[in-house]
Design a protein around this ligand. Structure first.
Ligand SMILES: [Zn+2]
Length: 109
């Protein structure tokens, strides 16, 4: 999942078209992080991830300036967002705990 995300992003953030667009977004956002206002090193973030909305990859309205820490926090949330039920290990553990609480051990077999 993380690899997909990185791959899509890389495909877009390569080439002169991206560089010009990135600069325009930084200028629009006043060369500061739109989230915390930090100046200095900034990254150009896709509000809707490229893997979800490839059609918005070069749309300035879908881009914002973020400092590296806000950017990685946001990316982390996107990549890590997953309903617990799909996490097989976690789901099984939850079931085991539930069973242990509510069912006598003899009935589990
Ligand atoms: Zn920030």
């Amino acid at each position: 999942m993380r690899n997909d995300f990185t791959r899509y992003s890389r495909h877009v953030t390569r080439g002169p078209r991206w560089k010009a667009l990135r600069m325009a977004v930084m200028e629009r956002d006043g060369f500061k992080c739109v989230d915390c206002g930090a100046r200095g090193r900034l990254e150009c973030d896709h509000i809707e991830p490229v893997r979800k909305r490839p059609d918005l990859a070069y749309d300035p309205a879908n881009l914002q300036a973020l400092c590296p820490s806000c950017h990685s926090a946001k990316t982390h949330v996107e990549v890590g967002r997953k309903p617990p039920a799909y996490d097989r290990q976690g789901w099984r553990q939850a079931v085991v705990e539930l069973m242990a609480e509510q069912t006598p051990v003899e009935q589990m077999r």
